[in-house]
Design a protein around this ligand. Structure first.
Ligand SMILES: Cc1cc2nc3c(=O)[nH]c(=O)nc-3n(C[C@H](O)[C@H](O)[C@H](O)COP(=O)(O)OP(=O)(O)OC[C@H]3O[C@@H](n4cnc5c(N)ncnc54)[C@H](O)[C@@H]3O)c2cc1C
Length: 291
């Protein structure tokens, strides 16, 4: 395999984008945890790899209204970020801590986890629940699109030829209110295990009433989903007036799991219902502690 691979290592972002512009067939490589496996198994053809290591994309920048996470930050770097310790952002490091093993987390990047378009990954659900934006850059400029619009289908994203994901943008949450965040995952094993399904929840409560709720699920459809209709059933209601059965019924209408090696569609439906119940029970228990 190695004889057929050439790696180019530009020293800055402008140079990298120019290389991609000149030859869109060049493949960006970040941590390589997915890409190298795909080449080894023959799913991807070796060719010219564009090494993203020296572009300065491994930093976090805190701004007035947002935090920007460089696409080349490894999962371990994000987990260790002091700036992400408070709610609701702390959901992201919590979700990433449940990915694979520390050996993988030390090299896999947050940009790489989205760019591959693998459906249902753990970080993706947490980022959807946190209303993340994806920063795409090419020689023509940069734009930020909502992560909820980024996936077009399994392994298909809006990162087009000549473009790189350069950062993920998390908007600052509005002040006031109480944040409740939760991430739950079910996999076949604890370590090295891709999720069968996962669920991430970011809910805010003010004066006992649900102000906002972003609920995301992975593994329950062709792409990771925001369960907007389910979440809307709780918004504007006191927590204890929310009808869990109604939420569960709506969830079943919003998801569309399929049979896979990980489990049947029917099994995944049960798992999703159980995760929603667990998240709701945890939320009520936390609310009771705060009062
Ligand atoms: C053993 C193992 C266990 C795993 N377990 C889990 C798990 O429990 N939960 C989970 O969610 N995931 C799991 N994963 C998947 C893991 O999250 C992904 O492999 C990883 O996030 C990919 O990131 P990377 O930096 O290694 O990307 P790479 O492999 O380098 O790249 C992946 C794809 O993205 C493209 N790319 C990379 N960076 C960019 C960029 N900045 N801009 C544009 N394109 C880019 C590449 O060209 C390639 O197509 C596991 C993987 C392995 C190997």
């Amino acid at each position: 395999m190695t004889q057929d691979i050439k790696v180019v290592s530009p020293g800055n972002l402008a140079e990298a984008l120019q290389i991609l512009e000149n030859d869109p067939g060049v493949t960006p490589i970040a941590g390589g945890t997915e890409l190298v496996g795909a080449v080894r198994s023959g799913k991807r053809r070796p060719g010219v790899f564009l090494d993203l290591d020296h572009l300065g994309l491994d930093r976090i920048s805190l701004r007035e209204n947002e935090v920007e996470l460089g696409a080349m930050m490894t999962m371990s770097q994000v987990i260790a970020c002091e700036q992400l310790k408070g709610a609701p952002w702390s959901l992201l490091p919590r979700a990433l801590s449940q990915i694979a093993s520390w050996q993988i987390r030390n090299v896999a990047t947050i940009g790489g986890s989205l760019a591959g378009g693998i459906p249902g990954l753990d970080g993706t659900s947490a980022l959807l629940a946190l209303n993340a934006g994806v920063k795409l850059q090419s020689t023509r400029g940069a734009c930020v699109i909502p992560l909820s619009d980024f996936f077009l289908g399994p392994m298909r994203t809006r990162c087009g030829p000549g473009e790189l994901i350069t950062a993920l943008v998390l908007p600052k949450p509005p002040a006031g209110g109480q944040w409740y965040t939760c991430f739950r995952k079910i996999g076949v094993r604890k370590a090295y295990a891709m999720p069968i399904v996962n669920m991430a929840s970011v809910l805010s409560v003010q004066d006992g009433v649900v102000c906002s709720w972003r609920l995301a699920v992975g593994g329950a459809a062709k792409i990771s989903l925001l369960l907007n209709r389910t979440a809307a059933l709780a918004v504007g209601k006191p927590l204890d007036a929310v009808n869990l059965e109604e939420l569960e019924n709506c969830l079943q209408q919003e998801i569309a799991p399929s049979d896979s090696l990980h489990g049947s569609a029917a099994y995944k439906r049960i798992l999703c219902r159980n995760l929603l119940r667990e998240i709701w029970e945890e939320l009520l228990a936390e609310e009771a502690r705060v009062e």
